[in-house]
Design a protein around this ligand. Structure first.
Ligand SMILES: Nc1ncnc2c1ncn2[C@@H]1O[C@H](COP(=O)(O)OP(=O)(O)OP(=O)(O)O)[C@@H](O)[C@H]1O
Length: 244
């Protein structure tokens, strides 16, 4: 298997298909019979009130929560567990505290047994790409929240996943750092062809990042709205707020 690891060597995005998907915990359904086609290479942002099931849906896309009904396809294959093709980014960073920036970013490649030189070259490229040059030898506790999210982003993308699942990754950041990170993400996504599913509470963040916005609520999808094609952003924003 060839591992494509440089920022410019992105793999084609993964289409994700939700078919009559029901999700829940111990018999209580959070979402019921959702149908949704997430197009390869798009940025789909999921918004919804607290408790509407955004994280639950993302966990099922990651393969961490089996459906209570229906199924999810990744390409043509049903999702039955986690896969390196689908990388997850959380709000809490989950970095290994005893490993420096470079070694945290190299981790997915080490797991895949990519050779030392190739790992180092890929990590270097990503450290540069997310604006962490000069901080590669620092430990997570020596970084700001925004820097830790940069490390997470690089770590998620270094092994060229075909889908990236992001659960409120900037939710804990102050407004200025959050705006910076949104820009970093937009810049990085320009070079990748990965499909992105991004969960947020923030409608403005959704409108900035999304190709489409899916509004979750009432155990289902209230609306799926095209952002890129929409002429009137203010009207779209009002529509989303009304659906929430
Ligand atoms: N591990 C779990 N066990 C039982 N119930 C859970 C579990 N995780 C979530 N739930 C319940 O499922 C529902 C949806 O939770 P989920 O975290 O997916 O919502 P959310 O839209 O992501 O919320 P928030 O915006 O507050 O993060 C909630 O009622 C929650 O209490």
């Amino acid at each position: 298997m060839t591992t494509l690891v440089r920022p410019e060597q992105a793999q084609a995005g993964l289409g994700l298909t939700l078919e009559r998907l029901s999700l829940g915990y111990g018999g209580d359904l959070v979402v019921r019979e959702i149908d949704l086609e997430i197009v390869a290479g798009e940025v789909l942002v999921i918004v919804g009130a607290s408790g509407s099931g955004k994280s639950t849906l993302l966990r099922s896309l990651a393969g961490l929560l089996p459906p209570a009904g229906g199924r999810i396809l990744a390409g043509d294959a049903e999702i039955t567990g986690t896969s390196a093709e689908r990388a997850m980014v959380f709000q809490d960073d989950g970095l290994l505290p005893w490993r420096d920036v470079r070694r945290n970013i190299e981790l997915p490649l080490r797991i895949r047994k990519v050779g030392r030189r190739e790992r180092a070259a890929a990590a270097r490229a990503w450290i540069e790409r997310v604006g962490l040059a000069g901080s590669e030898d620092r430990l997570p506790r020596e970084l700001s929240g925004g820097m830790r999210q940069r490390v997470q982003l690089a770590r998620a993308l270094v092994a060229a996943p075909r889908a990236v699942l992001m659960d409120e990754p900037f939710g804990a950041l102050d407004a200025q750092t959050r705006a910076q990170m949104q820009q970093v993400l937009l810049d990085v996504l320009r070079d990748t062809r990965a499909t992105v599913v991004f969960v947020t509470h923030d409608v403005d963040e959704a409108l900035l990042l999304a190709d489409r916005v899916a509004v979750l609520g009432g155990h289902g999808l209230r609306a799926v709205l095209d952002v890129r094609g929409a002429g009137d952003r203010a009207a779209l924003r009002d529509r989303i707020l009304k659906e929430l």
